[in-house]
Design a protein around this ligand. Structure first.
Ligand SMILES: [Zn+2]
Length: 58
């Protein structure tokens, strides 16, 4: 598993793929060398919306 990120450097914006194990840690952009945090997952690894709005039926 890997995490896809976009470099926060507005002049770079390189799409980076980092290992899942880097979540919550700092990684370095291979292009511009900027350090930034990989966001930790807020929700358990479940796919799809947790609470899909129920369609209103008349
Ligand atoms: Zn960068």
């Amino acid at each position: 598993m890997s995490v896809t990120l976009i470099c926060p450097n507005l002049k770079c914006r390189t799409i980076l793929q980092v290992p899942d194990s880097t979540r919550g840690k700092k990684v370095r952009c291979s292009r511009c060398g900027r350090d930034f945090m990989v966001p930790a997952p807020k929700t358990p690894a479940t796919k799809g919306p947790a609470e899909a709005p129920a369609p209103k039926l008349k």
